[in-house]
Design a protein around this ligand. Structure first.
Ligand SMILES: *Cc1c(COP(=O)(O)O)cnc(C)c1O
Length: 370
């Protein structure tokens, strides 16, 4: 059976596909406002933030929400620290560059865990905000939220957390982490269709920042979203179909309990990491999110494994970019997957690796990994 072992989009649940198969209703109605109000209430409860926090439901991919958060919370008078440990940290830096917001980067080198030492040189340097992808999905590293919180408290920084692949995957508590703004997207932990991203901002930051900043954007002016959501509406056409998928999913997760939901994903991650030992692949030693596991092969076989998994088994995994492309794949643990799916995936990878080894006899010389 075809399966998506990717982090976004993910293998969708049948219940979501049932919602998706319905035609979308007109949205400027009391009925739709009621649905939006329910979504808003459930989302804040699951994020563990006060009911006074405000959510903007944007028809955009996650990057749109990252940009919206930055231009509504900061100006050219700010100085931001960006934790850059991969593709998505780098994206924060690119957005600040485009938007003319001063920043410096705290670089987390390949294979290294973010630690207290990384922050030492950045204390008392006039920073006003910090941007972090709590799970940097390109490496799977889950940063220590309390380490970041401590640094932000010491230095009085506004904290923006991109929680795209950690919300609903790992324990998450917006207010306890002292996050002033959080960014999520429909196609990741929520396991919905792409197209809906949400920026959640706490009351203090709405009052101190958002209400006083005039971003050079009409569509991404969060003030308009925050005032309209009070009556269950958005200023522009929302991703209605995805919101209905979200309503169904949030209800489902709220009923079964978010802790139980996360425990399920954690169980899959641990199961896969244990079972993958038969493949003799390397798994990073830094802290990993439950969302995904990067696996590195000793030989340059990743592209072949990716292609053959897709062609011969209908399994799609995440490739890795850059110099890791030939050696690393990333396997997701979110969406409608169960433990037996990982058994099937591992035996398929094993089969492809064995075939590769047979092809090498008298073939190309063994290549060393970099
Ligand atoms: C997926 C993702 C994004 C956003 O990517 P889009 O393609 O714009 O949806 C941002 N940050 C992280 C950590 C992600 O995993």
């Amino acid at each position: 059976m075809a399966r998506l072992f990717t982090v976004g989009p993910v293998q969708m649940h049948p219940r979501t596909m049932a919602v998706k198969s319905q035609s979308v209703p007109y949205f400027r109605t009391a009925d739709f406002s009621t649905v939006m109000a329910e979504i808003d209430k459930m989302l804040k409860a699951l994020l563990k933030t006060a009911p006074t926090s405000k959510c903007a439901y944007l028809t955009a991919s996650g990057t749109g929400a990252m940009e919206a958060a930055i231009i509504n919370l900061f100006t050219s008078k700010d100085k931001l620290l960006i934790i850059n440990g991969g593709t998505f940290g780098k994206r924060f830096a690119l957005i600040c560059e485009v938007c003319g917001i001063p920043f410096e980067e705290l670089i987390v080198n390949e294979g290294c865990a973010l630690s207290r030492r990384h922050f030492m040189e950045f204390d008392n340097k006039g920073f006003t905000g910090l941007l972090v992808n709590l799970d940097e999905s390109s490496t799977g590293q889950l940063y220590d939220a309390f380490l970041i919180k401590d640094f932000c408290h010491r230095n009085h920084l506004i904290l923006v957390i991109d929680a795209m692949t950690t919300f609903l995957c790992d324990p998450f508590d917006m207010d306890h982490f002292s996050a002033d703004a959080v960014i999520i997207s429909s196609q990741k932990g929520l396991a919905l269709s792409p197209g809906l991203s949400t920026v959640i901002v706490n009351e203090k930051t709405v009052e101190n920042r958002v209400n006083h900043i005039a971003p050079k954007s009409l569509y991404f002016n969060l003030k308009d979203y925050f005032s309209d959501i009070a009556r269950g509406q958005t200023p522009y056409t929302p991703a209605i179909g995805v919101l209905l998928e979200m309503h169904d999913m949030l209800r489902n997760i709220s009923c079964k309990g978010v802790e139980n939901h996360i425990a399920e994903i954690s169980r899959r991650a641990r199961y896969f990491r244990e079972k993958a030992k038969v493949l003799c692949v390397d798994i990073p030693t830094y802290p990993l999110s439950n969302c995904l596991t990067p696996i590195s092969f000793q030989v340059p076989i990743a592209k072949r494994v990716f292609d053959e998994l897709k062609k011969d088994y209908g399994y799609t995994v995440n490739p890795s970019g850059g110099i890791k492309a030939e050696y690393q794949l990333r396997i997701s643990h979110i969406g409608d997957l169960d433990l037996s799916d990982y058994d099937s995936l591992i035996s398929a990878i094993q089969h492809i690796m064995n075939q590769w080894a047979r092809d090498q006899v008298g073939g190309a010389p063994f290549e060393e990994s970099p």
